[in-house]
Design a protein around this ligand. Structure first.
Ligand code: ADP
Length: 203
């Protein structure tokens, strides 16, 4: 019998031993050094990932968000800022604002790439070793899943190659369809770039 999907881990191994993992789950359970919030420009706790992170992390996260906003104003699409993780298992949260999908002609792909690149660069600059991402923009913001997955996986691989401290990126997908689509993107990238790709079952 096939193992349950919840325990299936797919892994893309980059030259030099850094790696990108794909799991099905809830990002608020992750114990990586940082988890990424699919935020909005006002950093308001909303629905989806943001509601789950603020709900479980407690009010300290939003207080820090408000301090950031009063220092630098609204966060633009593609930017990333960092707070502590409050009561979450992860010590830090990186809040990045994904683009709202408006048909593809408003620079959405470049903005989505920036979310991944800026989040990884910020984590690396702060000396973190691991980071977990949700599928940014694919919920309320409406970005088509296949296109978003391809950008996410390619940009994570590219940014991770340049990182000094950060060695592990994890994609935590909330539903089986998103998980399958991200794993397919990773498999395609592995084939195109001759990288190792494997799937195994967690203990
Ligand atoms: P956006 O506004 O950027 O589209 P959403 O939070 O609406 O962000 O959704 C982004 C993705 O995150 C969606 O694919 C959604 O299914 C998924 N998601 C929602 N809750 C969680 C969670 N707790 N952990 C991981 N992924 C989640």
């Amino acid at each position: 019998m096939a193992p349950p999907l919840e325990r299936s881990i797919s892994q893309l191994i980059l030259p030099g031993g850094k790696n990108i993992e794909f799991v099905l789950g809830d990002i608020t359970d992750e114990q990586t050094d940082a988890i990424v919030n699919a935020a909005n420009s006002a950093l308001m706790p909303g629905a989806g990932v943001s509601g789950a992170i603020h709900g479980r992390g407690g009010p300290a996260i939003y207080e820090e968000c408000r301090a950031i906003l009063s220092r630098q104003g609204e966060i633009r699409e593609g930017q990333a800022v960092m707070t502590r993780g409050g009561e979450l298992p992860a010590p830090y949260v990186i809040h990045t604002v994904g683009p709202v999908w408006r048909g593809g002609g408003r620079d959405e792909s470049a903005k989505l790439r920036s979310c991944y690149r800026n989040s990884i660069e910020l984590a690396d600059e702060r000396g973190l070793g691991s980071i977990a991402f949700p599928a940014i923009s694919t919920g309320v913001f409406g970005y088509p899943l296949e296109a978003a997955a391809e950008i996410a996986v390619k940009e994570a691989a590219r940014s991770l190659e340049h990182s000094k401290q950060l060695s592990d990126v994890r994609f935590v997908l909330f539903d089986p369809l998103a998980f399958a689509v991200f794993v397919e993107s990773a498999r395609a990238l592995a084939k195109a770039k001759s990288m190792a790709f494997k799937t195994y079952t967690a203990d």
